[in-house]
Write a protein that binds this ligand. Structure first.
Ligand code: SF4
Length: 311
């Protein structure tokens, strides 16, 4: 398989087939981000021949007698059919609709059991497509996009160079809703900075309450020295929230969400991991977050953050 650099995927895509169709990020400007720094280029599109070769490799492995014997020796008697493919790279949804459709055709040819195709997407990737193209992509199996909106706080979005505003999130997600393409969000706790977290959480809830994210995954900002944001902190132009403030921020987000959705903290950036569905789990989640806030374990949580070598 062709895999380039560190491969990032959401925790809930653990059982999806990871297929490289891009590497890196077309935007590459968010001040806090160091995710694709290990690549010698900003963004690269995989040749269709490489994608097809990978799909062929998967198909052969699924039917190869030696691979089957090896699987049996490992106690795997009947491998589950592949039902979902996750395209890798920071924003494969930026590819032109024709190319995404060529990729879904190849997936269907080599993995006929596959049902849906997911990937990371930027809000600006949706802007680039017509309503008709979105509909065709939906019909071709594109569903369950993961969009790192980070926040609905325009001040933070602008400061961090995200390249879109809260109104764009609402507009483009409504277009995804109309096309039948579902999506989940990543929310970056502390992106609004010290003293503004709860404002950012309320603004984000206002955005989310107008659209239909399946899940909102909270990730806690963890700042590495290679990031532009680290330089801002050194210059005294930006300050991070305390760890307890970060939990107050998540609490405010949960408290202000009025839509049915799931909320989770699942990645390594979260010292406490949780999952709950709204509205039914709201009270349980608020009690759990209150306990963390009242425990006042700032030093312990800070130690976790500063010793997190990788996200
Ligand atoms: S869009 Fe995502 S991957 Fe690209 S720079 Fe921003 S946070 Fe990093």
């Amino acid at each position: 398989m062709h895999y380039t650099g560190t491969i990032w995927r959401p925790p809930y895509e653990a059982s999806s087939l990871l297929l490289e169709v891009t590497a890196g990020c077309t935007h590459h400007k968010c001040k806090f981000c160091t995710l694709y720094e290990d690549l010698p280029f900003k963004f690269r599109m995989s040749p269709l021949e490489d994608i097809e070769a990978d799909l062929l490799e998967v198909q052969v492995l699924r039917h190869d007698p030696l691979a089957m014997v090896s699987a049996r020796l490992q106690g795997i008697f009947q491998p589950e059919p592949i039902r979902r493919v996750f395209l890798t790279g920071a924003n494969p949804f930026v590819l032109k609709a024709d190319r995404l459709l060529a990729i879904s055709d190849l997936i269907r040819k080599y993995i006929p059991t596959n049902e849906t195709i997911g990937c990371f997407a930027r809000i600006t990737d949706v802007t680039l497509k017509t309503d008709e193209e979105l509909k065709k992509l939906s019909e071709a199996g594109y569903d369950g996009l993961t969009i790192g909106i980070e926040t609905g706080d325009d001040e933070a979005l602008q400061f961090m160079n995200k390249g879109y505003l809260a109104a764009d999130i609402i507009e483009q997600c409504k277009r995804l809703d109309a096309a039948g393409i579902s999506y989940s969000f990543f929310y970056l706790v502390s992106i609004s900075g010290a003293g503004r977290g709860e404002i950012g959480a309320k603004l984000t809830a206002e955005v989310c309450n107008q659209i239909h994210p399946k899940l909102i995954g909270a990730n806690m900002l963890t700042i590495y020295p290679e990031s532009e944001l680290y330089q801002e902190i050194q210059r005294g132009t930006w300050a991070e929230e305390s760890e307890i403030e970060k939990y107050k921020e998540i609490r405010t987000l949960v408290d202000n969400l009025t839509i049915p959705t799931a909320i989770a903290a699942m990645g390594a950036s979260n010292a406490y991991q949780f999952y709950g569905e709204l509205p039914q789990d709201k009270e349980k989640l608020l009690v759990m977050l209150d306990e963390i806030i009242e425990s006042n374990r700032e030093a312990e949580l800070r130690h976790y953050r500063t010793h997190l070598r990788h996200l």
